[in-house]
Design a protein around this ligand. Sequence first.
Ligand code: NAD
Length: 280
Amino acid sequence: MPAKIIDGKKIADGILENLKSKVKSMNEKPGLALVLVGDNPASEIYVNFKEKTCKEVGFYCERHNFGKDADEMELLNLVTQLNNSPKIHGILVQLPLPKQIDENLITNSILPHKDVDGFTAVSLGHLFSGNTIMAPATAMAVMRLIESTGTRIEGKNAVVVGRSNIVGKPVAMMLLEKNTTVTICHSKTEGIAEKARKADILVAAVGKPKLITKEMVKEGAVVIDVGINRVNGKIVGDVDFENVKEVAGFITPVPKGVGPMTIAMLMENTLKAMELAKKI
Ligand code: NAD
């Protein structure tokens, strides 16, 4: 039986509708600052989409654009200003940043309670110690999509392909927190196919089209495709969707899978950041 398609767009739309009605009755609106540096076309598309969604749900949104020659000091000054702004509850600096700028330095200059991307060392430290305050939005999206299937995940085998600090590692930690047994595979892993075939939950976060083939997937597995790749003008994931859907139990499409859920999770984090600010 072909896999059930996990409709990330529909689930995300439901979350955004909920947020919209919550925000309507609020006097103070959650505020998100979006910072874009340089002229990376993909980054520009992501920031445009985040800005549009912010406005749709009724959040306050500020956008700050810098040219590709921007220097660290300019950015640090802006982040300090946003850290101190009572209207701004969440700060997102779109990555990657141009080479002359130290990404770590800029990311970690964001106050942890305004870190809606969950990328600061403090946020990741909390996540890794099982005491999450702000988790990376994409990792949250992956978890919500897995949970949406209703599959019991405790005690199951999960394989995460990809070990970046912003996707692979946080996803693995969040799965571990839910009592799955997690294997992390990466570019140097030997025998990925054999490991992947044992997965009840398989998450691909690599950035290589069709890396995950039908032969790598256990029958009935939940397959979550985080990858975003441009192939002949089309967006595709890391999973060979057409063939893998013949064996998987559940599968996310690309587009309309993890992408829209990530934006919805970012909006949830911004609301959470506003609530955190009240406690500080
Ligand atoms: P990254 O480049 O930082 O990390 C890629 C990881 O893949 C690395 O850990 C590397 O070891 C591993 N890898 C590379 N080649 C491999 C191979 N042949 N086999 C196994 N592992 C291999 O990327 P990232 O930032 O983690 O993003 C991964 C993908 O997810 C990208 O396509 C990115 O565009 C996408 N992404 C999507 C969203 C979303 O909202 N849908 C958000 C973030 C990233």
